[in-house]
Design a protein around this ligand. Structure first.
Ligand code: X2X
Length: 339
């Protein structure tokens, strides 16, 4: 690790622990319910700014009966660790990409279908409408978890590399690219004939730095706040999929709260999710210039060429079959025909 990044990583960590402490400690004496929320994103990401604000509101509105604690930046472990913690109830809340949740609830991955949503109007119509409801039903039916109504935003994902710009699907052939741990992501990058390696976000910076992988894909807000530009040279605007974060709760732990406290938590989580959506969109829209200024080289791509490659590889047909006609129809209700 070079000195600059070592320092910036340390600052992030210092910031992270500072965030968890004041939120909890103010109310710690009299709280009846300690609620722990963990996530994988840097403290500087809007998710954590909104989470800190939300925790303070929940604690205040509950008049100190709740001590809502935020653990950002993989402090409690990586996504795989936190998913098992929230399943067992060791953690009360966790935000997770629908695609990683796919390791537990395969149907949840449907919102990540490549090049499906044309814009945010389609996305929020689908996720706040029937597609989101369909997925939340599956989550509640098949796990110890439930998802709050308003999914938080991650953004449209872009591809970065340390070796070359990705201008067409040919550039992905044989490329060692990190994907999050999810069957859907692996399948998509295999369809592009890349060599995907599943790595939790907690290890992405170091795996790019040590060249275990040469490439990764994430929205610009994550590239910037996790400083992936320090270890990646090229950024290709591919918008190859939209990704969000279901705000997940452990059912048993939530059910032990009295109804008035459940209402306070639910209302604040959904309201903060809506604010986080605006922040993330704004950040993603404005970051290209900033990252260029830091030396990243950008190129645009033709989405239709990538989509054609996926179609030819049988990607859409395969996942249509896996999700089933009924779920696929709910997706296409918002996106139009995908095949
Ligand atoms: O792991 C990732 O790349 C991230 C941060 O985008 C997700 O949580 C899916």
């Amino acid at each position: 690790m070079n000195t600059t990044s070592a320092i910036s990583r340390r600052n992030l960590l210092a910031g992270a622990s500072a965030l968890a402490l004041p939120v909890g400690s103010a109310w710690a004496q009299k709280a009846q319910f300690t609620l722990k929320y963990g996530n994988n994103l840097p403290v500087m990401h809007p998710m954590n700014a909104r989470a800190a604000e939300m925790a303070a509101k929940i604690n205040a509105e509950s008049k100190g009966r709740i001590d809502f604690q935020v653990y950002p930046n993989n402090q409690l472990g990586n996504d795989t660790d936190m998913l098992s913690q929230v399943r067992s109830g060791a953690l009360d809340f966790f935000t997770l990409s629908p695609l990683i949740l796919g390791t537990l609830v395969p149907a949840a991955q449907i919102s990540g279908v490549g090049f499906a949503f044309k814009d945010y109007n389609q996305i929020w119509a689908a996720m706040d409408g029937d597609l989101g409801a369909h997925v939340r039903k599956q989550i509640a039916a098949s796990s110890s978890l439930f998802a709050f109504e308003k999914i938080w935003d991650n953004g449209y994902r872009q591809m970065t590399s340390s070796t070359k710009p990705i201008t067409s699907p040919d550039d992905l052939k044989g490329l060692k690219i990190r994907t999050p741990p999810s069957p859907f992501w692996v399948s998509m990058f295999k369809a592009f004939e890349a060599s995907p390696a599943t790595i939790n976000f907690a290890e992405v910076y170091s795996s790019l730095q040590t060249r275990i992988v040469d490439a990764q894909e994430n929205p610009l807000a994550i590239i910037a706040t996790a400083k992936l530009n320090e270890v990646q040279k090229f950024c290709s605007i591919t918008n190859h999929m939209w990704d969000g974060f279901w705000f997940l709760g452990n059912k048993k732990s939530f059910e032990r709260l009295p109804a008035d406290l459940q209402e306070i938590v639910t209302r604040n989580i959904n309201a903060s999710g809506l604010k986080e959506r605006d922040d993330v969109k704004q950040l993603n829209d404005g970051l290209q210039a900033e990252l260029k200024g830091k030396g990243m080289i950008f190129n645009n791509t033709d989405a239709e060429v990538f989509r054609t490659k996926l179609r030819a590889a049988g990607f859409y047909a395969e996942w249509h079959k896996k999700f089933g006609d009924e779920s696929w129809a709910v997706l296409e209700k918002y996106t139009g025909k995908l095949l």
